[in-house]
Design a protein. Structure first.
Length: 296
C-alpha cells in the first residue's frame, strides 16, 4: 500500500468490508438479514443481492452438499437506505441434491427471487472449453490505473464513484473508453481477484465469485453499439442472473472472466461469461439478460 493511501482503503480493510457485507445474519429459522453497503447511495449493486441470497441458501444447507448453480430474477431495484431480508424455502432435500428458494425483500416487497441447487460432491465424466489465449494479469494495467490516467475526462459528479478504492481488482485485457465508446465486437476478457487474501471458507469464496460475476457482464452487449452506462439516453438494468459453479477456486487468486454477447434486441441484451482459474480450469459459467433501452 502507498504511504499516502488513507487507512480505510488498505487492501485488507477493503476485503474485510466485503466479507462482512456478504456475511448474512440469521434472525430466525430460514430468515436472514443482509447488511447495507457502508456509504452506499441509491440502487443496491445486483451482485450484492445475489451473493447475500446465496449465502442465505448456503446457511440453510448442512454439509456435505455444496452449491453448484443458482438462477435469479431481479424484480425491483434494491435501496441502499435499508437492509435486505432473505427468506429461504427448503423445497427439496434428497440424498445427493438439495434445492432452496430464496426471496429477497425490502420494506415488505420482493426485489429478487432465486433458486439454488446443492450437490454432494462426486466424480464423473469431464470435459471443458479451453481458456482463451490472453495476456496474464501481470502484463496488464488495472481498471483503477486506467481510470486515473483519464481523470481529466471524468466529470466531477462521477469521480468519487469511478476512482474509489475497491475490494476486487479488475485488469481488462481489452480496455474500453468510458467517455468515447466505439463500436466493437461484443466480447471482453478481464482478470479479477480480491486485493487481499481471505481464509479458507469455501462458501464465502463462492459468494464473492457470485458478487463479482455481476461486474463487467451487463456491459458486454453494449459494446456492439458504441454505448455504455454513461450514455445519457441509455437505460440499463439486470433482469436475471444464472451462475453454475463447476470446480473449486479461490477468489483471492487471479480468475479470468471471458464474456461475450451473442444477441441483443427488443430492449434486451443477452450476455454469457466463463470464469477460469489461473491454471486453465473452467470453474464457473454465467448467463444474464439485461435491459438495454435507448430513451428518446
Amino acid at each position: 500500500m502507498d504511504i499516502n493511501t488513507p487507512p480505510d482503503t488498505a487492501p485488507e480493510i477493503l476485503v474485510q468490508g466485503l466479507v462482512d457485507l456478504l456475511d448474512v445474519e440469521e434472525i430466525d429459522t430460514d430468515l436472514y438479514r443482509g447488511k447495507r453497503q457502508p456509504g452506499g447511495v441509491g440502487r443496491v449493486f445486483g451482485g450484492q443481492v445475489i451473493a447475500q441470497a446465496l449465502q442465505a441458501a448456503q446457511r440453510s444447507t448442512n454439509g456435505p452438499k455444496i452449491a453448484h448453480s443458482l438462477h435469479a430474477y431481479f424484480m425491483r431495484p434494491g435501496n441502499e437506505d435499508f437492509p435486505i431480508i432473505f427468506r429461504v424455502v427448503r423445497d427439496f432435500e434428497g440424498r445427493s441434491f438439495a434445492t432452496r428458494r430464496v426471496i429477497a425483500m425490502q420494506q415488505g416487497q420482493p426485489i429478487l427471487n432465486m433458486a439454488a441447487s446443492f450437490q454432494v460432491p462426486e466424480e464423473g465424466l469431464h470435459h471443458q472449453d479451453a481458456m482463451p489465449d490472453v495476456p496474464g494479469p501481470e502484463e496488464l494495467q488495472s481498471e483503477a490505473e486506467l481510470r486515473q490516467e483519464m481523470i481529466d475526462e471524468i466529470p466531477e459528479k462521477f469521480r468519487r464513484h469511478l476512482l474509489r478504492a475497491r475490494p476486487i481488482e479488475i485488469r481488462p485485457v481489452q480496455p474500453r473508453s468510458w467517455f468515447r465508446p466505439t463500436v466493437r465486437a461484443p466480447q471482453q476478457d478481464s482478470w479479477f481477484r480480491l486485493v487481499a487474501p481471505i481464509g479458507n471458507d469455501a462458501a464465502m469464496h463462492r459468494a464473492i465469485l457470485a458478487y463479482a460475476s455481476d461486474m463487467t457482464l451487463l456491459g458486454t452487449a453494449t459494446l456492439a453499439h458504441g454505448v455504455n452506462w454513461m450514455t445519457h439516453n441509455l437505460q440499463t438494468a439486470s433482469l436475471d442472473h444464472a451462475l453454475w459453479l463447476h470446480e473449486d477456486f479461490r477468489a483471492d487468486d487471479w480468475l479470468l472472466y471471458a464474456c461475450d454477447s451473442p444477441w441483443a434486441g427488443h430492449a434486451r441484451g443477452f450476455n454469457r461469461g466463463r470464469i477460469y482459474s489461473r491454471d486453465g480450469r473452467l470453474v464457473a459459467s454465467v448467463a444474464q439478460e439485461g435491459l438495454m433501452r435507448l430513451r428518446e
